[in-house]
Design a protein around this ligand. Structure first.
Ligand code: ADP
Ligand code: MG
Length: 608
């Protein structure tokens, strides 16, 4: 019996739509591109329920004639090319004629449009592959398109939509990208009838950036030096834009945007090249912001390799990566030279590597903006090695109370009386003599482990202390939603959060050990963690979030390398460490101690 049957055009279109439209943000992208292709200078976006219920975009572009308005929902209906040969010279965003057909296949559409020549506009309702209503209407020149009930007729896709805030964050990133690449267009964005953004057109990219983020952020930006202007000139590639200086960082890569011939694209390799330029400039796990425009010869890039046109393919990808790396490196180095030479004349600078920051004296070191440890009070002495005598100073490390904790591993050799404290090396490592040899203990790693286990085992609600000056954090509305979903969790850690404005939350209480600055950092870090992990199963997500937040808190609250400790503090630290489950490794997986056996020491001195 024959098995093959042709799908109905309606079914085929729904399946094909999956390639282009996976989520509301994809629809927003297609509609914005159409508005820009129509030469709009003003675009207003309205959303309801984060785009799941309504996406409504109004532009003042060229509009469509009645006939075009009827045609535009058909598959492969486009006014932008007539043959594939035109692709190499394409200047419009669209060219496949697939977007509206795909969108109309999985949602209900209402379109009102009018050209400058027409006396009236046309209003069309479209659903399930057909025009269900059509009438002339009075309207402005331009196009007004409403997409309702995304995926109402494809339940399986609807089920796969992510949580509201994930979908919303995607829409916002996309919105920012279009605002960045089209400063000549005025944008407005409303959610549930509230105006969230109002960006009039600007003269410069920097002004647009200031509208999106704020003035403080703009102050951290360096114009990218186009290394294509050097002797290794690439006539086919120009780089422009801004990157942040070495004082700025974020916990995620959300603020890195690349545009190829003014199209926002996602490309891991370009991001990697950018980050490589920051090697040793930013601490591990911290990321810069960057808005980089690549202008590239059209014949050397394929924009038609991805159904959603989110990726492009370069003919010479490695060269493009190197150009980005060089430009970033040069921009950062140049900034340091400028800063450095204005403060210190006649000093030679190491210029040949991105590592040059490593060679600076401490006042030139890139210091992350938020860097604070509450315990203990610092005394930065030039001393390298503290040898202790029997004089003891009262302790001020908070001791780890007895917890009735079961222990699998316990370093027996560090029990009281089984070691002699030699001293502190570089104010960072504790040196102990035991019968078996020499033990070096990393004071920060050890204390971090102690605090982490303590925090994690302490399940009951922690009482935070009211902050005298509550810390305000400015976030996007999507981020606020994300963080407030975990409000109870943070509350149980002694961190009380409250939304105080459309884009602001305030931290009202702090758990023991953490100060305002570390708290702000903790919330930003957690936000990023939640965004990256919320796809996980609920229980696993909870467990991971708990671990993540506690390890962050432990890291911030722990004594750090460089802190001078008293013998009493050191003895207490060792005692507390012994009570932990995993005393040999710190929470980041590094060792807390290093044991050099007496045997090895003797062998090295050829005593054996
Ligand atoms: P493409 O953009 O690839 O041509 P679309 O399905 O996105 O395909 O749109 C089909 C056609 O509808 C476009 O080629 C254009 O002529 C017309 N169109 C769509 N949106 C608009 C708009 N906002 N303003 C004017 N014309 C539009
Ligand atoms: Mg299009």
């Amino acid at each position: 019996m024959n098995k093959i049957k042709l799908l109905t055009p309606d079914q085929a279109q729904k399946i094909a739509a999956g390639e282009v439209i996976e989520r509301p943000a994809n629809i927003v992208k297609e509609l914005l591109e159409n508005a820009i292709d129509a030469q709009a200078t003003s675009i207003t976006l309205f959303f309801e329920k984060y785009g799941k219920q309504l996406i409504h975009i109004i532009d003042n572009g060229c509009g469509m004639t009645q006939e075009d308005a009827r045609m535009c929902f058909l598959p492969h209906a486009t006014s932008k090319i007539t043959s594939i040969d035109e692709l190499t010279n394409i200047t419009s965003f669209g060219f496949r004629g697939e977007a509206l057909a795909s969108i109309a296949a999985i949602s209900k559409v209402e379109l009102t449009t009018k050209t400058a020549e027409a006396t009236t506009g046309i209003h069309i309702k479209y659903a399930e592959g057909t025009i269900t209503q059509e009438m002339p209407v009075a309207s402005n020149v331009g196009t007004d398109i409403k997409i309702l009930d995304v995926f109402y007729n494809v339940p399986v896709r609807k089920k796969f939509l992510k949580q509201d805030e994930t979908e919303w964050n995607q829409i916002l990133s996309l919105f920012y990208a279009f605002c960045l690449s089209h400063q000549e267009i005025a944008f407005k964005l409303y959610h549930n009838s509230k105006l969230l953004f109002n960006f009039p057109s600007t003269q410069t990219l920097k002004d647009r950036i200031t509208q999106i983020w704020d003035y403080n952020f703009t102050q951290q930006l360096l114009p990218l030096i186009n290394s294509a202007n050097t002797k290794d000139t690439l006539p086919w590639l120009q780089l422009n834009g801004f990157i942040t200086n070495h004082h700025f960082w974020r916990y995620g890569k959300n603020n890195i945007f690349f545009f190829v011939n003014n199209r926002w694209i996602k490309n891991q390799n370009l991001t990697k090249a950018l980050l490589k330029g920051y090697l040793n400039v930013l601490p591990p796990g911290k990321f810069p912001a960057g808005i980089i425009f690549l202008t590239i010869d059209k014949t050397l890039v394929d924009i038609n390799c991805h159904p959603k046109k989110e990726e492009v393919r370069f003919t010479k990808p490695a060269t493009v990566d190197i150009a980005i790396f060089n430009a970033v490196k040069k921009t950062l180095e140049n900034q340091v030279i400028t800063t450095f030479s204005s403060s210190t004349r006649n000093k030679e600078l190491p210029l040949n590597t991105a590592n040059s920051f490593l060679n600076f004296s401490s006042d030139q070191m890139p210091s992350p903006p938020l860097n604070d440890f509450p315990l203990p009070t610092l005394s930065k002495q030039p001393q390298v090695f503290n040898v202790y005598t029997s004089v003891e100073i009262p302790p001020h490390i908070t001791s780890y109370q007895e917890d009735n904790v079961s222990r699998q591993t316990s370093p027996q050799f560090l029990e009281e009386g089984s070691y002699i404290l030699i001293g502190q090396l570089f104010n960072t490592y504790i040196l102990l003599e035991t019968k078996q040899g020499l033990v070096l203990l990393d004071q920060h790693a050890a204390h971090e482990r102690i605090l982490y286990e303590k925090f994690l085992k302490n399940f009951e609600k922690k009482e935070g202390t009211q902050l005298l000056f509550p810390e305000v954090i400015t976030l996007t509305s999507g981020q606020i939603l994300t963080i407030l979903k975990e409000q109870t969790f943070f509350n149980n850690q002694g961190i009380e959060l409250e939304q105080i404005g459309q884009q602001e939350i305030v931290i009202k209480t702090a758990p023991p050990y953490l100060n305002n600055t570390s708290l702000k950092e903790l919330i930003l870090d957690s936000l990023n963690f939640i965004e990256e992990n919320e796809h996980l199963d609920k229980e696993l997500f909870r467990k991971k979030l708990n671990e993540h937040v506690h390890s962050h808190m432990a890291c911030k609250a722990a004594i750090k390398a460089g802190d001078v400790l008293t013998p009493t503090q050191i003895h207490q630290l060792i005692k507390d460490l012994q009570k932990t489950d995993k005393c040999f490794i710190c929470i980041h997986g590094r060792p807390t101690m290093w044991n050099i056996s007496k045997d090895d020491i003797e062998k090295n001195f050829r005593r054996r």
